[in-house]
Design a protein. Structure first.
Ligand code: SF4
Ligand code: SF4
Length: 230
Protein backbone atom coordinates (compact mmCIF):
# COMPACT_ATOMS: atom_id res chain seq x y z
CA UNK A 1 0.00 0.00 0.00
CA UNK A 2 1.20 3.47 -0.79
CA UNK A 3 2.35 6.28 1.49
CA UNK A 4 -1.07 7.83 1.08
CA UNK A 5 -2.50 5.76 3.85
CA UNK A 6 -0.47 7.58 6.52
CA UNK A 7 -2.42 10.79 6.32
CA UNK A 8 -5.25 10.20 3.94
CA UNK A 9 -6.66 7.36 1.91
CA UNK A 10 -6.73 9.31 -1.32
CA UNK A 11 -3.61 9.99 -3.34
CA UNK A 12 -3.73 12.62 -6.10
CA UNK A 13 -1.38 11.56 -8.86
CA UNK A 14 -0.53 12.76 -12.33
CA UNK A 15 0.56 9.89 -14.47
CA UNK A 16 2.01 9.82 -17.99
CA UNK A 17 -0.21 8.65 -20.83
CA UNK A 18 1.07 6.09 -23.32
CA UNK A 19 0.54 7.02 -26.97
CA UNK A 20 1.40 5.07 -30.11
CA UNK A 21 3.12 6.89 -32.99
CA UNK A 22 4.14 5.77 -36.46
CA UNK A 23 7.87 6.34 -37.17
CA UNK A 24 7.08 9.15 -39.62
CA UNK A 25 5.58 11.11 -36.71
CA UNK A 26 8.73 10.93 -34.64
CA UNK A 27 8.69 14.70 -34.13
CA UNK A 28 5.19 14.48 -32.61
CA UNK A 29 6.32 11.54 -30.49
CA UNK A 30 9.29 13.52 -29.17
CA UNK A 31 7.05 16.49 -28.37
CA UNK A 32 4.59 14.22 -26.59
CA UNK A 33 7.39 12.77 -24.47
CA UNK A 34 8.74 16.23 -23.68
CA UNK A 35 5.23 17.20 -22.53
CA UNK A 36 5.25 14.44 -19.94
CA UNK A 37 3.74 11.52 -21.87
CA UNK A 38 5.31 8.24 -22.89
CA UNK A 39 5.65 7.81 -26.65
CA UNK A 40 5.65 4.33 -28.19
CA UNK A 41 7.11 4.58 -31.67
CA UNK A 42 5.89 1.40 -33.36
CA UNK A 43 8.60 0.35 -35.81
CA UNK A 44 6.36 -2.72 -36.28
CA UNK A 45 3.77 -4.54 -34.13
CA UNK A 46 6.66 -6.56 -32.75
CA UNK A 47 9.13 -3.76 -32.16
CA UNK A 48 8.46 -0.59 -30.24
CA UNK A 49 10.85 2.14 -29.27
CA UNK A 50 9.65 3.93 -26.15
CA UNK A 51 10.62 7.56 -25.58
CA UNK A 52 10.69 9.24 -22.18
CA UNK A 53 11.78 12.69 -21.07
CA UNK A 54 14.41 12.39 -18.33
CA UNK A 55 14.23 14.40 -15.13
CA UNK A 56 16.35 17.48 -14.46
CA UNK A 57 19.06 15.19 -13.11
CA UNK A 58 19.19 13.32 -16.40
CA UNK A 59 17.78 10.14 -14.82
CA UNK A 60 14.54 8.40 -15.67
CA UNK A 61 11.53 9.70 -13.77
CA UNK A 62 9.84 7.27 -11.34
CA UNK A 63 6.86 6.45 -13.58
CA UNK A 64 9.24 5.55 -16.40
CA UNK A 65 11.33 3.40 -14.08
CA UNK A 66 8.25 1.54 -12.88
CA UNK A 67 6.95 1.11 -16.43
CA UNK A 68 10.26 -0.35 -17.54
CA UNK A 69 10.35 -2.55 -14.45
CA UNK A 70 7.00 -3.95 -15.62
CA UNK A 71 8.63 -4.98 -18.90
CA UNK A 72 11.77 -6.16 -17.18
CA UNK A 73 14.91 -6.29 -19.29
CA UNK A 74 14.52 -3.33 -21.64
CA UNK A 75 17.80 -1.56 -22.34
CA UNK A 76 17.73 2.21 -22.04
CA UNK A 77 19.94 4.66 -23.91
CA UNK A 78 19.90 8.38 -24.67
CA UNK A 79 18.99 9.61 -28.15
CA UNK A 80 21.99 11.57 -29.48
CA UNK A 81 20.76 12.86 -32.83
CA UNK A 82 17.62 14.07 -34.57
CA UNK A 83 14.43 15.58 -33.15
CA UNK A 84 14.40 13.23 -30.16
CA UNK A 85 17.88 14.18 -28.98
CA UNK A 86 18.20 14.08 -25.20
CA UNK A 87 15.23 11.77 -24.64
CA UNK A 88 15.65 8.37 -23.07
CA UNK A 89 14.91 5.50 -25.46
CA UNK A 90 14.09 1.87 -24.72
CA UNK A 91 13.99 -0.60 -27.62
CA UNK A 92 11.46 -3.31 -26.74
CA UNK A 93 11.26 -6.85 -28.07
CA UNK A 94 8.03 -8.47 -29.27
CA UNK A 95 6.59 -9.47 -25.87
CA UNK A 96 7.41 -6.14 -24.28
CA UNK A 97 6.11 -4.27 -27.34
CA UNK A 98 2.81 -6.10 -27.06
CA UNK A 99 2.48 -4.98 -23.44
CA UNK A 100 3.30 -1.36 -24.23
CA UNK A 101 0.89 -1.25 -27.18
CA UNK A 102 -1.81 -2.61 -24.87
CA UNK A 103 -1.09 0.32 -22.52
CA UNK A 104 -1.48 2.64 -25.54
CA UNK A 105 -4.89 1.08 -26.25
CA UNK A 106 -5.88 1.55 -22.62
CA UNK A 107 -4.84 5.20 -22.68
CA UNK A 108 -6.34 6.07 -26.07
CA UNK A 109 -9.38 7.66 -24.39
CA UNK A 110 -7.21 10.28 -22.69
CA UNK A 111 -6.37 13.21 -24.97
CA UNK A 112 -3.35 14.71 -23.22
CA UNK A 113 0.16 13.55 -22.36
CA UNK A 114 -0.69 13.25 -18.67
CA UNK A 115 -3.72 12.32 -16.63
CA UNK A 116 -4.69 13.45 -13.13
CA UNK A 117 -6.17 10.73 -10.94
CA UNK A 118 -7.26 10.38 -7.35
CA UNK A 119 -6.52 6.91 -6.08
CA UNK A 120 -8.15 5.69 -2.88
CA UNK A 121 -5.60 3.19 -1.59
CA UNK A 122 -7.65 2.06 1.42
CA UNK A 123 -10.64 1.29 -0.77
CA UNK A 124 -8.39 -0.37 -3.34
CA UNK A 125 -5.71 -2.50 -1.56
CA UNK A 126 -4.97 -4.27 -4.85
CA UNK A 127 -1.20 -4.12 -4.38
CA UNK A 128 -1.59 -5.84 -0.99
CA UNK A 129 -3.25 -8.80 -2.66
CA UNK A 130 -1.79 -11.44 -4.94
CA UNK A 131 1.55 -9.69 -4.55
CA UNK A 132 5.04 -10.74 -3.60
CA UNK A 133 6.56 -8.45 -0.99
CA UNK A 134 10.30 -9.06 -0.90
CA UNK A 135 11.96 -8.56 2.49
CA UNK A 136 15.51 -7.45 3.11
CA UNK A 137 17.52 -7.50 6.35
CA UNK A 138 16.70 -3.81 6.93
CA UNK A 139 12.98 -4.72 6.98
CA UNK A 140 13.55 -7.38 9.63
CA UNK A 141 15.56 -4.89 11.69
CA UNK A 142 12.70 -2.41 11.43
CA UNK A 143 10.21 -5.04 12.63
CA UNK A 144 12.40 -5.73 15.67
CA UNK A 145 12.95 -2.02 16.38
CA UNK A 146 9.17 -1.52 16.47
CA UNK A 147 8.65 -4.29 18.99
CA UNK A 148 7.59 -6.98 16.51
CA UNK A 149 10.51 -9.46 16.46
CA UNK A 150 7.95 -12.18 15.69
CA UNK A 151 7.53 -10.72 12.19
CA UNK A 152 11.23 -11.35 11.51
CA UNK A 153 10.91 -15.07 12.20
CA UNK A 154 10.13 -17.99 9.90
CA UNK A 155 6.39 -18.12 9.46
CA UNK A 156 5.68 -14.46 8.82
CA UNK A 157 8.84 -14.61 6.72
CA UNK A 158 8.90 -17.08 3.87
CA UNK A 159 11.99 -18.04 1.89
CA UNK A 160 11.66 -19.22 -1.67
CA UNK A 161 13.81 -21.86 -3.33
CA UNK A 162 16.44 -19.20 -4.10
CA UNK A 163 16.54 -18.11 -0.46
CA UNK A 164 14.82 -14.79 -1.18
CA UNK A 165 12.75 -13.67 1.79
CA UNK A 166 9.22 -12.42 1.34
CA UNK A 167 6.25 -11.54 3.48
CA UNK A 168 3.80 -14.33 4.21
CA UNK A 169 0.49 -14.22 2.38
CA UNK A 170 -1.58 -16.99 3.98
CA UNK A 171 -4.34 -16.46 1.45
CA UNK A 172 -4.24 -14.16 -1.54
CA UNK A 173 -4.12 -11.18 0.81
CA UNK A 174 -1.17 -9.99 2.86
CA UNK A 175 -1.51 -11.17 6.45
CA UNK A 176 -1.00 -7.57 7.59
CA UNK A 177 -3.92 -6.21 5.55
CA UNK A 178 -6.92 -5.45 7.75
CA UNK A 179 -10.45 -5.92 6.47
CA UNK A 180 -10.93 -2.14 6.56
CA UNK A 181 -8.18 -1.87 3.95
CA UNK A 182 -5.52 -0.51 6.28
CA UNK A 183 -2.09 -1.97 6.99
CA UNK A 184 -1.61 -3.04 10.58
CA UNK A 185 2.16 -2.48 10.35
CA UNK A 186 1.97 0.68 8.28
CA UNK A 187 4.51 2.65 10.38
CA UNK A 188 7.19 0.00 9.86
CA UNK A 189 6.04 -1.71 6.67
CA UNK A 190 8.67 -3.20 4.34
CA UNK A 191 10.64 -1.03 1.94
CA UNK A 192 8.94 -2.77 -0.98
CA UNK A 193 5.60 -1.36 0.20
CA UNK A 194 7.09 2.08 0.89
CA UNK A 195 8.55 2.32 -2.60
CA UNK A 196 5.39 1.32 -4.46
CA UNK A 197 4.21 4.18 -6.67
CA UNK A 198 0.47 4.90 -6.95
CA UNK A 199 -0.48 5.43 -10.58
CA UNK A 200 2.51 3.43 -11.83
CA UNK A 201 2.06 0.58 -14.29
CA UNK A 202 2.34 -2.06 -11.50
CA UNK A 203 -0.36 -0.16 -9.59
CA UNK A 204 -2.64 -0.07 -12.63
CA UNK A 205 -1.90 -3.75 -13.33
CA UNK A 206 -2.75 -4.71 -9.73
CA UNK A 207 -6.02 -2.80 -9.94
CA UNK A 208 -6.86 -4.46 -13.23
CA UNK A 209 -5.93 -7.97 -12.08
CA UNK A 210 -7.53 -7.75 -8.63
CA UNK A 211 -10.41 -5.31 -9.04
CA UNK A 212 -11.04 -5.63 -12.76
CA UNK A 213 -10.65 -1.86 -12.97
CA UNK A 214 -8.84 -0.70 -16.09
CA UNK A 215 -7.53 2.71 -15.13
CA UNK A 216 -10.97 3.90 -14.05
CA UNK A 217 -10.39 5.79 -10.84
CA UNK A 218 -13.14 7.88 -9.32
CA UNK A 219 -12.85 11.61 -9.79
CA UNK A 220 -10.38 11.15 -12.61
CA UNK A 221 -9.88 14.08 -14.85
CA UNK A 222 -7.70 14.84 -17.83
CA UNK A 223 -4.75 17.04 -16.95
CA UNK A 224 -3.73 18.54 -20.26
CA UNK A 225 -4.48 18.49 -23.93
CA UNK A 226 -1.71 17.04 -26.04
CA UNK A 227 -0.42 16.84 -29.58
CA UNK A 228 -2.04 14.81 -32.30
CA UNK A 229 -1.03 11.19 -32.57
CA UNK A 230 -0.32 9.00 -35.52
S1 SF4 B 1 -2.79 -0.67 -6.31
FE1 SF4 B 1 -2.38 1.53 -6.48
S2 SF4 B 1 -4.32 2.54 -5.88
FE2 SF4 B 1 -4.40 0.40 -5.17
S3 SF4 B 1 -3.65 0.48 -3.04
FE3 SF4 B 1 -1.89 0.02 -4.35
S4 SF4 B 1 -0.95 2.02 -4.80
FE4 SF4 B 1 -3.03 2.41 -4.02
S1 SF4 C 1 2.74 -5.00 4.69
FE1 SF4 C 1 1.07 -6.00 3.56
S2 SF4 C 1 -0.77 -4.80 4.06
FE2 SF4 C 1 1.04 -3.57 4.64
S3 SF4 C 1 1.43 -2.26 2.85
FE3 SF4 C 1 2.71 -4.11 2.63
S4 SF4 C 1 1.51 -5.56 1.39
FE4 SF4 C 1 0.11 -3.96 2.14
Amino acid sequence: MSDAEAACAVTPVVRPIWRRFAPRFLEHAAQFARSGGFAAVALSDACVEALFAPGDDGELRPHAEWALASVDGAEVSTVTEGCATGLARARLDADRSYTVLDWCDRDAVHPGPTRAMRLDCVACTACCQEARVVLRPADLERFRAHGRPDLAEDGPVHRDAMGVMHLRFASLRCDQLETAGTCRIYAFRPDTCRAFLPGSEPCLAAREDTLDVRDDAPDAETAETGEGES
